[in-house]
Design a protein around this ligand. Sequence first.
Ligand SMILES: Cc1cc2nc3c(=O)[nH]c(=O)nc-3n(C[C@H](O)[C@H](O)[C@H](O)COP(=O)(O)O)c2cc1C
Length: 134
Amino acid sequence: MTEEQTLHEIFYCSVLAQDLPAHAVGAIVGQARARNAERNITGLLVFDGLRFCQHLEGPRDAVEALMRRIAQDPRHTDVRVVHEGPLETRRYSGFGMGLAESEGPDLMAGVHALEGEAALKHFLALRSSFDISG
Ligand SMILES: Cc1cc2nc3c(=O)[nH]c(=O)nc-3n(C[C@H](O)[C@H](O)[C@H](O)COP(=O)(O)O)c2cc1C
């Protein structure tokens, strides 16, 4: 794929809104896949039943605009951008938005406890342990 604009990545963590059932996540991802494909955004959303971590990548303007919408979404709280910056090559070119369910709370709690690039590195290292559906 030829990239027409500078690639950008954003990694954030958040917590499922209290009154929302965990199965609502399926609907979020279904819609996200269609919309991300239109905007050339790819990424991975990991959910452990309570916590989210999402890694977004794509053209800078599109990724920043999406992050602004996501930050206002009442379906989650405590949205915290942990790392963002320019990106050389995509990591998730295979899927518009992969979804992985993390088993047990420990892995994601570990990522949530970290800051900045350390959190992202930890997340990326965990990727191989996730069962990702694209
Ligand atoms: C955890 C989480 C992840 C989301 N990921 C995406 C995504 O990757 N792409 C997307 O278009 N919307 C995503 N959304 C939904 C957006 O917050 C928003 O509802 C959607 O972009 C539609 O916005 P609009 O109705 O203002 O156009 C996500 C929402 C949540 C709670």
